[in-house]
Design a protein around this ligand. Structure first.
Ligand code: ZN
Ligand code: ZN
Length: 268
């Protein structure tokens, strides 16, 4: 397996320049993972499948779904792509490498865990600031247009917020100078994580059922369905920031009520 990955990587670095891989390659990888993981939820919601796992009873209209997709494509090509192309000097400056040997799984997983912690911290504070009156009205309300989120709405946001999200995502790698393969894997798991958080479904196999401290769809869906001054649950990945800073009271109360109901049903 390791030699297969190395052979594939050798092909990439001998056929493409670092610039092509880091900028254009990252863009295509992002688009592929984002749409492949997000689009199924559009069709699941339309078809009414897996309804018993849907968090909210409300459904999005086809027009609302299409508006999200069109706007996303526009932003991805007109905001994300130019930013990725222009940020190549930053990638080089931070010591990113693409050469062999590839880093070990230990190094890759430690770095990615570190990026998750750093991103979650920056995102939490930035997100809280985005919920102040002026910034909410002029910037963050775009992301909250969808009170019933579905996978693709995870990246539906004002261009200024897209830049902030990019900063939070790249800050960890920028201070550690990772290998390109680590950067790609980080991008892939981060996209999958944010699509899951917005998917609108809480399945028995959802990662939040198994991973301690992980927020996931139930946690973030709550943030979307409440009005902006009362929502709480500001963190992107973990639950501890909201717990430490006391911004998850409403969500915890609701969870306690749900647990009581379940216990009552079992008792009867
Ligand atoms: Zn918000
Ligand atoms: Zn959201």
């Amino acid at each position: 397996m390791a030699s297969l990955i190395e052979a594939g990587w050798t092909y990439l670095i001998t056929h493409f320049s670092d610039f092509q891989l880091a900028c254009v390659g990252s863009f295509f990888l992002h688009e592929t993972v984002f749409f492949l993981s997000g689009l199924p939820f559009v069709y699941i919601e339309r078809a009414g499948w897996l309804k018993k796992y849907k968090i909210q009873a409300k459904n999005n209209t086809t027009e609302a779904q299409e508006k999200c997709i069109t706007r996303l494509l526009f932003y991805h090509f007109c905001v994300n792509l130019p930013v990725m192309l222009a940020s190549y000097p930053v990638f080089s400056f931070m010591g990113m490498k693409s050469s062999l040997p590839l880093p070990s799984w230990k190094v890759i997983s430690t770095q990615i865990l570190f990026y998750f912690i750093v991103e979650d911290f920056i995102f939490y504070w930035g997100h809280r600031i985005l919920h102040t009156k002026w910034l909410y009205k002029h910037v963050h309300s775009v992301h909250h247009e969808y009170a019933t989120p579905f996978g693709l709405t995870s990246e539906y946001a004002h261009p200024a917020e897209i830049l902030f999200l990019g900063f939070a995502t790249i800050f960890g790698p920028a201070i550690t100078g990772p290998h390109l393969i680590t950067l790609w894997l980080w991008m892939v798991v981060r996209v999958l994580e944010t699509v899951e958080a917005h998917c609108g479904y809480h399945f028995p196999w959802s990662p939040s059922n198994f991973l301690p401290l992980y927020g996931g769809s139930d946690f973030h869906d709550y943030h979307h369905r409440l009005i902006y001054t009362k929502s709480g649950n500001y963190a992107s990945t973990f639950v501890y920031m909201d717990w430490i800073f006391g911004t998850d009271h409403g969500y915890r109360k609701l969870q306690a009520l749900k647990n009581e109901e379940v216990a009552d049903i079992k008792d009867n």
